[in-house]
Design a protein around this ligand. Sequence first.
Ligand SMILES: Nc1ncnc2c1ncn2[C@@H]1O[C@H](COP(=O)(O)OP(=O)(O)OP(=O)(O)O)[C@@H](O)[C@H]1O
Length: 621
Amino acid sequence: MSLKLHNDAGETLSGPKLVWQLIAGYRSMYLWAALALFISTSFQFIIPLIGSATIDYVLTEPEAGKTANSSPLLRYVMDLIGGEELVSTRLWIPLIAMVIFAALGGLFNYYQKLAAAKASDGICKRMKDQLYDHIQRLTNRYLDHDTQTGDLVQRCTSDVETTRIFLAAHVVEIGRSVILVLTVLPIMLSMHVGLTIASLGLLPIIILYSYLYIKKVKHLFTEVDEAEGRLTSLVQENITGIRVVRAFGRHDYEIEKFEKPNSEYRDTSLKLINTMSWFWSISDIVSLTQIGIALIASAYLAIQGSVSVGTIFAFLALINMVLWPVRMIGRILTDFGKTSVALKRINEILTQPFETETDDISCKPDTAAQGSIELDQVSFSHSSDSKTVEDISLSVSPGETLAILGPSGSGKTTLMHLLLRFYDCDSGTIKLDGNDIKTLDRSYLRAQFGVVLQEPFLYSRSIRSNIQFGVSQANQIEIEEAARMACIHDTIQTFTDGYETEIGEKGITLSGGQRQRVAISRALLRNPPILLLDDALSAVDNETESSIIQALQSRRGKSTTIVIAHRLSTLAHADKIVVLEGGRITQFGTHKTLTEEDGLYQRLWNIQTKLEETLAAETQR
Ligand SMILES: Nc1ncnc2c1ncn2[C@@H]1O[C@H](COP(=O)(O)OP(=O)(O)OP(=O)(O)O)[C@@H](O)[C@H]1O
């Protein structure tokens, strides 16, 4: 059952509606917990009443007026445990009765807590699953511009935990408070109306005060949560970039940079603690005043002889039973304030549109693509300032190799992202096998590509599971074949654990070139109709580069290949070469035609061949 925490207008629900929606699917479990709570609370009531009845009918001298002023309820309780004649000779009866009721109360309390914990853990697991699932499907625009990784992590962990604590400890506690107030009140009223008013008169004030106070300070919970989110993001970024910090000797700068959000977090936390301390102190003063008033009123009525000692004993025990949960209402409201802020932040993610939200799929072929690609007047901008790629038209036939060259920032990677529909082009069309990719199912579309991104990301898992990432059922022979083509098989064999070698945080660190080659193996293992290599050989040496190119050429005709590179040696073999400058195609041809044509390609060719000649001459000397 999926979680829906907002109304039709997309606003996060609030108050009881939010809690009701949150516990959807687990309401019956909470009902059982509430029932257990009710039974456990009832047993708790009986204990002081047994004590009071024993005081009034057995322990107090039966002077005129005293037992006569005892309440009918205590009379009933005394009869229930056997009557004063029996109890006066067997004082252990009330004692055993109290122990039995306490034990039964404890047992039901245990069940109540277990049911609430199961429900809260279940709700939060569902919430985390849903968040994780949703994050996988968010649009690239949202991930690029509207959020930070650390903040996302905080929402999925700390905010969910805040919710869990509230659900485990407080949802049933609200029930307890309501049950207590609703049951204790008639019991007290049945015993003595005046003393009840004196004992509970401040209760509405405490409840109203708690409600208004928490409402007023709720914004502080948001501030603390946001400050924590900023801090988490900074820590996450810093740990990821720790080598850069060290290489540039920027520890002091980074420590100083950390100081500000860290201080902000401390200051907002302190502000919240200070505000809440005031809240608790004032609520304590009112509660203690309430007990004081009850004590004075009891003493006055006892001196007058209008209430029995047992009634006073019962009242004092019952006031404590009610005041504690009423004071808990303050804590519940506080935690509910925190939880509703956390849920709002969680809901912000859950209400983000999926990247597939506006898809209008009219075409989902059953077979793999042939691999023909056609771009017709494609334009796209990352921001409203300028176009990232403009008016791009080109075509690649199945099995052909297209190379893209261009200065940094000219839009090469963006073009690749458009092919994969990480973004949709603003105008123009991209077709795969004659079908507009906007009409194709995204997972079908992406399954047609083997991609090596510019910064290949590898998981902290074994080399095998990294290569196997896109084809989990691939066997050892297929994995090794892909690794051989990417010229990484021999290197893997030198590792003690071979393909089982753990990489990343859990194991060895691969060099940049090795990472690229593992990523190429991963892409090749899919045997994709289209292979996209974005600067995928930039970190490998010339010799390995030429071996990989040879291996790729041996696959010629099997896949359409699109290669982005800065080194002309990587591009020269391509069937077609496109030169991209400032987001536009400025040259188009083959290596031969472009070396003869005035332009960027020729200039780079001249520089690179001259460099190679100089190097060769230097080596001969
Ligand atoms: N997610 C993004 N949000 C905003 N702008 C972006 C984003 N990605 C890229 N850009 C901008 O788009 C332009 C083209 O970037 P792109 O990565 O496509 O260039 P490139 O030709 O692949 O560069 P390089 O050769 O350095 O990899 C750059 O000006 C870059 O700043």
